[in-house]
Write a protein that binds this ligand. Sequence first.
Ligand SMILES: [Zn+2]
Length: 487
Amino acid sequence: MMFKKIGLFVVIVIVVLIGVMTFNTFTNTADDPIFEVVEMPAIDTNAVAARLSEAVRIKTISTDVGDPPASAEFDQLHLLITSAFPLVHENLKRDVVGDHSLLYSWEGSDTSLPPALLMGHMDVVPVEPGTEGDWEEDAFSGAIKDGKIWGRGTLDDKLSVFAILEAAELQLAAGFKPKRTLYFAFGHDEEIGGENGAGKIADLLEERGVKLAFTLDEGMVIVQGMMPGVEEPIAFIALAEKGYLTLKLTATTEGGHSSIPPKTTAIGKIARAITRLEENRFPAALNSPASDMFDTLAPHMGLPLKAIISNRWLLDPLLVSELGKGGATNAMVRTTTAITITESGTKDNVLPSTATATVNFRLLPDTSIDDVVDHVTKVVDDPDIKISVKQGNEPSRISSKSGEGYQLIEKTIRETLPDVLVSPGLMLAGSDSKHYETIAENSYRFLPMRFGPDDLSRVHGTNERIYIDSYVEIIQFYRRLLENTGG
Ligand SMILES: [Zn+2]
């Protein structure tokens, strides 16, 4: 009798759970804001492509931290900008900051509105030696072929700089006058940390007492076919970027001759530490902004993902463990650990007295550098291993997805790219945005560039190129954003 009662109770619980989960799944419908599509006036595509192509030919390469900047090339790029965008030059105030970075100020008529700042960077990474021949068109040719512009900077990030300037030039020609003050900030050393460029521009604005409503920088893009369960292209507006930390682990033991070895050498100790770190990863957790992304996209997903995300109150552990299994989704839910360099030993028969391992971590927004050092100290648990910080910056703060800037960016995407879904996101790499955190209420990282599955490898890699159609869409986006933000 008792068993029958328990059996009935279990059946009722299961039926209720299935009912609740089904209800949650089918009532989880998109409440995306609806905006009318805005047709922007046509653009002279050949002319804009030619200007970006010319910029690509100028080798504004950042090599390593501490190396002198490519001064002559930056001067040449500044000259190109001045001559290609005469109305911008005439109407906007221009400051050269940190020798080679540019800050443009477009004064608004209403000083009570907090200004907005659009960003891009003028430097590019070098081509990896030995891969020059793998390019279909030379990396600094700026070749225009088959509807594409080829070369370094066409995806990262001269296109942002030139698209913003094209948009401003067109708006000036149309007689547009912003109410809100707009800044354009173009750094020259983003690829090596941005200290002298974006860092100094932010200092200058701070000195002038500027408080920004928001900044918009490169970062996430429009992707299609990369998010499981969603067919439409998705524009990800990153609300935060992960932190960056490199630790060096050094094991020290007695050296000597290998004929009388101790039980463990320095190499053995480092090997043990590496194994422990790989076996004791940071726990996975689905927190903001990655959780905002899944919550926003769930209504657009197919089953079973939609059902799982709509019932996170019950199924979160299942979702997190699936996401944490590997690849990009793992990086969204975890502070990642990557052993990148090991060094030790010189001779077959000599015991090494030291061995080192370099470990690179990417920190979720809720994890600090101190948290990582504590975790590593605890996991390695070896007094003979010294742990030191080689390089690091904390994760960014998380900007608001209900902030004015986010709303303006989303509206502009929906007006100019109506086939695209919009979602908050977490940027896995770093950008110049961090330098402005103290003077900006919110920082967003998004460039409306359409990425296919093979495009990510072109950024900093071989065969970087952009479709002219995509570049034109980006210019139209900025053009409308100037109207919406400055309006
Ligand atoms: Zn970049």
